[in-house]
Design a binder for this molecule. Structure first.
Ligand code: 5GP
Ligand code: ZN
Length: 137
């Protein structure tokens, strides 16, 4: 399979590995938003949150927590931004599920927030009802 992250897991492409267990792999991002920016991935290929098996996802999240604690211990950041993108519309570039962990420092100037703009309460309510109904489908 022609997947950069599968090749990283297989050791076919070099990476700065920080942690590995049976199901997951954590390594440094080559385009760090801040010092310490790293990625946590499942070893088994799944493109997005829509595809990944729940068991794999749970393993990834356990490693996300361990990695957050390691970042805290090693770098003592003031905060931590974690995010995960799905699909081109969400700016996902690598189609192998991954969680970004970006250590943050007060005044680091990195803006990963979305601008707050009040929504239409009726629309929020109607959309919420559509999503709530979809849980049973
Ligand atoms: P996303 O798919 O969430 O937009 O981000 C993909 C991330 O993978 C980017 O932050 C990018 O810097 C990182 N990335 C892409 N190719 C490589 C690579 O070959 N090695 C490493 N370590 N990171 C990569
Ligand atoms: Zn892959």
């Amino acid at each position: 399979m022609d997947c950069i992250f599968c090749k990283i897991v297989a050791g076919q492409i070099p990476s700065v590995k920080i942690y590995e267990d049976d199901r997951t792999f954590a390594f440094m991002d080559i385009n760090p938003r801040t010092d310490g920016h790293c990625l946590v991935i499942p070893k088994k290929h799944s493109p997005t949150l829509f595809d990944i098996e729940e068991e794999e996802l749970q393993a990834v999240m356990a490693t996300v927590k361990k990695t957050a604690l390691a970042l805290k211990q090693a770098l003592n950041p003031d905060g931590l931004t974690s995010f995960q993108l799905n699909g081109r519309a969400a700016n996902q570039l690598v189609d192998h599920y991954h969680v970004h962990l970006v250590p943050r420092w007060a005044g680091d100037g990195v803006d990963l927030r979305h601008a707050l703009q009040a929504g239409d309460p009726e629309k929020i309510k109607a959309t919420g009802a559509r999503i709530a109904a979809a849980f049973s489908k």
